[in-house]
Write a protein that binds this ligand. Structure first.
Ligand SMILES: Cc1cc2nc3c(=O)[nH]c(=O)nc-3n(C[C@H](O)[C@H](O)[C@H](O)COP(=O)(O)OP(=O)(O)OC[C@H]3O[C@@H](n4cnc5c(N)ncnc54)[C@H](O)[C@@H]3O)c2cc1C
Length: 478
């Protein structure tokens, strides 16, 4: 292993390899503290060729490697659960090209999400996918997780904005998929890559769609007596035929945590819930829509609607929403940000039942979520040093997932499967579904060296534990 690390040092330079215990501590987790794994070393490459050479070395030595961006993932995806080499892409952080006419940008994987919109704003453009972690997370991580965000309701997830990828495959080969003009010919390998959670290769360059900034944005904050009436308002707004850019709910515990943090925005702490509504488009249309959604929200029990009077106030509302997970650090040392999707019409009922589950297990639950997409984030604050509490957290988390699936939903909306949810895949897929998906993984990575131990269940699904039994070879992209 020492020899492998030495060889990696010759590729990227010794100053770009971390291998001592104190440095590696920082890589034991991602944004989820339920799972940990210590890598053998962390490589910090600056070029695609360096990544390709490291990957070839790992494959030859049958040592796993794990792609990593900023480590903000919430399902353990960037954790070296089986050891090996973490290949962190944060030093590949250049915006390589901005094409204003054809509205796309070519970026390296380590570009921070928010920095891309900042860089193209002067051209009247932005990059639409906006995870709440966008001040830190990278475009490479977003592609791997097919990340969404508050504006997914209108603009879609990352997959709707990726035009072309350059990748290093698990055998070190460098390939390009897709093209900047969009469209696709033959099998949609680009689509398969987006959301593959770093298990099919390492993204080394991304061509993303840029979107024109809307002429007018109106941001409203509806104050509700309880979360169920806020959920009802979401249903009624969408039933009216309007599609806001976002519809985000925060419950009372979230509001109180935020208001006692640096993200405070003056939201009333006695509110049962708030609904953040953003409308965008042509000026006249947005103004009419704002009147209409206010009427609907009041009809569903809102006690008042505040309209952001300027950009500074709008940003304050959004800081309060996007800083909510951070503010929950005030409630307990650890936070389990759960992620599931339910059909929107079931939101009021599901939220009520989730609160009952929390009461039953005696856990500290808060809800802040993308209500317009039915994408829930029941957040459980806990202390992982307390084994009894940990058991209740896991049991409550599982019950919440089952509840969502029983309602016709799925086990993740945007945070991926990673390590966290791999044993729950059987709730939504049959064994033969999983075997078929595993065949795709075999095509790219028959030796399971690329981010092993992720996505596929190990306990119920024996082929993951014994990939060589299938004897597939990689199909080249020539
Ligand atoms: C406060 C907070 C708020 C969040 N809000 C949202 C949200 O609104 N929407 C949302 O979707 N997510 C959200 N997340 C989750 C997380 O930020 C996203 O999943 C994000 O895309 C991860 O990016 P990253 O750069 O941190 O990736 P990492 O955490 O480093 O990695 C995530 C996964 O991507 C893989 N990966 C990373 N880089 C590459 C690469 N170059 N090539 C191939 N695979 C790679 C890793 O192996 C891993 O499986 C939030 C997280 C936090 C902490």
């Amino acid at each position: 292993m020492k020899e492998l690390v030495n060889k990696i040092e010759t590729i990227v330079g010794p100053e770009n390899v971390l291998a001592n215990d104190s440095d590696l501590l920082a890589y034991e987790f991602d944004g989820l503290t339920l799972f940990s794994g210590c890598p053998l070393a962390v490589a910090l490459p600056k070029t695609t060729k360096e990544i390709s050479s490291i990957v070839r070395l790992c494959r030859e030595a049958s040592v796993p490697f794990v792609p990593r961006g900023a480590g903000t993932g919430l399902s353990g995806g960037a954790v070296a659960i089986e050891g090996g080499i973490v290949i962190e892409c944060q030093r590949m952080n250049q915006i390589l090209k901005i094409d204003e006419a054809d509205r796309y940008a070519v970026v390296q994987p380590g570009v921070v999400n928010a920095e891309l919109s900042d860089a193209v704003g002067h051209l009247g453009l932005f990059y639409a996918p906006d995870p709440s972690s966008q001040q830190a997370c990278t475009i490479g991580g977003n592609v791997a997780e097919n990340s969404g965000g508050p504006h997914t309701l209108k603009y879609g997830t990352t997959t709707n904005h990726v035009l072309e990828l350059e990748l290093v495959l698990p055998d070190g080969e460098i390939v390009r998929l897709g093209c900047p003009a969009g469209g696709s010919v033959g099998f949609d390998f680009l689509g398969a890559m987006v959301g593959s959670e770093g298990t099919l290769g390492i993204v080394t360059e991304v061509t993303v769609r840029l979107t024109p900034l809307p002429e007018k944005i109106e941001t409203l904050l509806g104050v509700f007596p309880d979360i169920v009436s806020a959920c009802r308002a979401v249903g009624e707004i969408l039933r009216s035929g309007l599609t806001p850019a976002s519809l985000e709910i925060s419950d009372q515990r979230t509001i109180r945590a935020v208001e006692s943090s640096v993200y405070a925005a003056g939201i009333p702490t006695d509110a049962g819930a708030v609904l953040l509504i953003e409308l965008d488009g042509l000026k006249e249309a947005v103004e009419r829509q704002a009147d209409r959604v206010s009427e609907i929200a009041m009809g569903c029990g809102a006690s008042r609607i505040e309209v952001a009077k300027d950009e500074a106030e709008r940003q304050r509302f959004w800081r309060a929403r996007k800083g909510a997970f951070g503010a929950m650090g005030r409630l307990a040392p650890d936070l389990f940000v759960h992620d599931a999707v339910v059909p929107r019409k079931h939101l009021p009922e599901i939220l009520r039942k989730i609160c009952e589950i929390a009461d039953h297990y005696g856990i500290t639950l808060s809800n802040v979520f993308h209500a317009g997409d039915g994408n829930l984030h029941p957040n459980i604050s806990f202390d992982r040093r307390d084994p009894e509490e940990l058991k209740r957290v896991i049991a409550a988390g599982e019950e919440i997932l089952r509840l969502c699936v029983d309602a016709g939903g799925v086990i993740t909306g945007e945070h991926g499967i990673g390590v966290e949810k791999k044993e729950y895949l059987h709730l939504v897929f049959s064994e033969s579904d999983l075997a078929t998906m595993s065949l795709l993984r075999d095509v790219f990575d028959p030796g399971r060296v690329c981010n092993p131990g992720k996505i596929f269940p190990t306990t119920r699904f024996c082929t993951e534990a014994n990939p060589k039994a299938r004897g597939y070879d990689r199909v080249p992209f020539s």
